[in-house]
Design a binder for this molecule. Sequence first.
Ligand code: NCD
Ligand code: ZN
Length: 444
Amino acid sequence: MVKVSVDLLLRNGIVIVEGREKRRSVAIRTGKIEGIYERGMEPRAEKTIDCDGRYILPGVIDIHVHLRDLEQPDKEDYISGTRSAAAGGVTTVVDMPNSQPPVLTREVLDMKIERARQGRHVNVGFYAGIPAESERFHASTKIDVLGLKVYPHAPLDGSTFNLKRIEESLKLANEMRLPLLFHPDSAQPMVKVRSVEHYLETHSCDSEVESISQFIRIHKEVGGRLHVCHVSCAASAKMIIDNRAEDRLTAETTPHHLFLSDADFSHEDGTAKMLPPLRTPQDNQALRDALCKCGIDVVASDHAPHTLGEKMTSFINAKSGIPGLETIVPLMLTEVFEGRFSWVEYLRMCSSGPANLLGLLGKGVLSKGYDADVIVVARESYPIEGKKFQSKAKVTPFEGKTVNARPVVTIIGGNPVYEDGKFLVGPGSVGTVPVRPLIRPRNT
Ligand code: NCD
Ligand code: ZN
């Protein structure tokens, strides 16, 4: 009998080698990438997937998602949310703490970990919130989370935020050797929105910039690692670029803030309602430039599912947030295929950059020895259709937009999970929960 040397061979696809497209096969053994081979040099494999004409890429690591569950399964649960990730070509998601109940205690985090273990189809990591009295934060939480997240305009405990809390939050994050992530918005909590204009004014670029400047000011005194979530304005990107030093200040933006602007929508309903709001084409361009200049490190979806009823109502009554797990890869790769981002930029923004940011060594790169979290993508033109999403949330501002990349196979730790519209495994059988860093990035 011939000796089988690898578990899975992705045969004859297109692999990005030193920034260029090359025809190669990718071999996987015991959950890791065994090697990348030229035609005719491949090892024998127990199972082969023909990738002729398709791209073999590292899966996307999406560091900003809201998978809901617990008391909000009508919006999303870990089964539907991680199926949405797998179908979208996202192999690792990091779940935000603004669930119901929010992650302000060790007990709630444990419940979320348990639910995610049962429902998982991809790797799931977590963030924790910070209780109003930060000394109540349970130190044992730190090993199971990848960062601490604060919402100055809507604190998770319903209280109010001030400069003292920014300082306490940064100090706590430093003590735990975790990055502090923040939603940049200095709007007063609980503002009752009266109109579309009032909403946009309340959550304006000035409000975003003011919040970023407060955090940066205190960060300069306290030190540690600070991450700005979903940067949406040109002025914010400039402020971040002007204040960056090594990896202590990092930032992300989203596909919707890169590709959509507010004037594209009439706002009769909540289809394009999210926080931060959409801005202008000038902001889109500034974010693109900042990404290419490494002023912004990563692109994340901010997948924020709500029910149909919560979105299909008047703009002012609708909930903020849109699904993003099934559009991030098609949208970002369309930019690559149409020549607006290079392969190196794409891989840094969507896979290796987010892995580095959270210390997920061993993930985010398609190379020998790395985790076999891999996707296969077909170059194919089609319109985005929310009704086809695996997510429970099906209302997207990208409805009807033509993209030309379709994730067709998703492999988690060497296991094919999704292939051509079908799930090959049930919930809870593949993926790591919680994802932990192999090393903690140094905080100071
Ligand atoms: C998010 C949500 O619904 O949880 N909404 C949104 O519009 N992005 C909250 C958030 O990310 O701030
Ligand atoms: Zn969010």
